[in-house]
Design a protein around this ligand. Sequence first.
Ligand SMILES: [Zn+2]
Length: 362
Amino acid sequence: MTSASSIYPQIFDGHNDTILSLVRTGRSFFERTGDGHIDLPRAREGGLGGGFFAVYVHDPVNVEATKAEAGSVSMESAMKIYNDESTWPEPMPLDYAQSHALGLLGRLLQIEPASHGQVKIVRTGAELQRCLDHGVFAMLLHFEGAEPLDPDGYALETFYAAGLRSVGLTHSRRNRFSRGVPFKFPASPDTGDGLTDAGKELVRQLNRRKVMIDLSHLNEQGFWDVAKITNAPLVATHSNAHRLSPSPRNLTDKQMDAVRESRGIAGLNFHVGFLREDGARNADTPISRMVEHIAYMVDRMGIDHVGLGSDFDGATMPAELKDAAGLPRLMQALGDRGYTGEDLRKLAHGNWVRVLRDTWGG
Ligand SMILES: [Zn+2]
């Protein structure tokens, strides 16, 4: 099969919410639809070779989110309670988080056997590289929020056995381990206390199990707490440059310096609200704005420490990009900016593969 995308290196992406979108809409991963941003046909068309698939559990008290799952209100309005810390819910109960995570994980695990060899859940760096080399779509199981994990580390063993290889400590809310940043704009990611003692212990457990730790959504003190404890490269799967778009979800220059020094990576988030200087959810945001963030991040961290972290199926994309099928337009724009050959390969997937291999071993 040839397509326009084959002139570009395969893309491996640091974040999507596709599993939530599949559950919400009932659509199939294998059929091309206009819903959401990723299905296998659109991934193939865009040269998307795989990515981090997030398991995210809605707060039980967020009834708006439940309505949004049923399609009666928009997810955007459902997520409004996270804009300000004063409206954040209490941390959710462990058994609630675990039962919901199991359901979402099960939905993800169904995809590989139903794919007849087209999709694989990757558990090692070698498996990921083989998938990218041979055109098998690579799914990496990720938790966006550690709420389903118990402090003793038993659930981590179970989820690891099921394929879990990456954990974000929190979403934009607080839990037993840490505190995220609110979605307000403009704002600093420095919002007070960092990790709890249980959060520090979780970092050690994840290190021992060689599971990647994702710092996106974490507040600044939490970021520095992890940086002090962890023995792995620092990773922000889907965060941009705070200097260009002052959302607390983006990385400050100092945070980017720490990512570089640890030989880590930050993935470009395509969400327009994290790209734009005014933070507006305005899809009329050009692809050139994405390239500006990449250029800033490369200038600050070096070409070895920047990747992509789209937030497909969980955010508002630039209309010019639209969905996974539009990725060649981003590749073209990066090429026009001078990122070609080995540099473009690193941005597209090479840096992700290296950091994952350094973190997982092998
Ligand atoms: Zn996110």
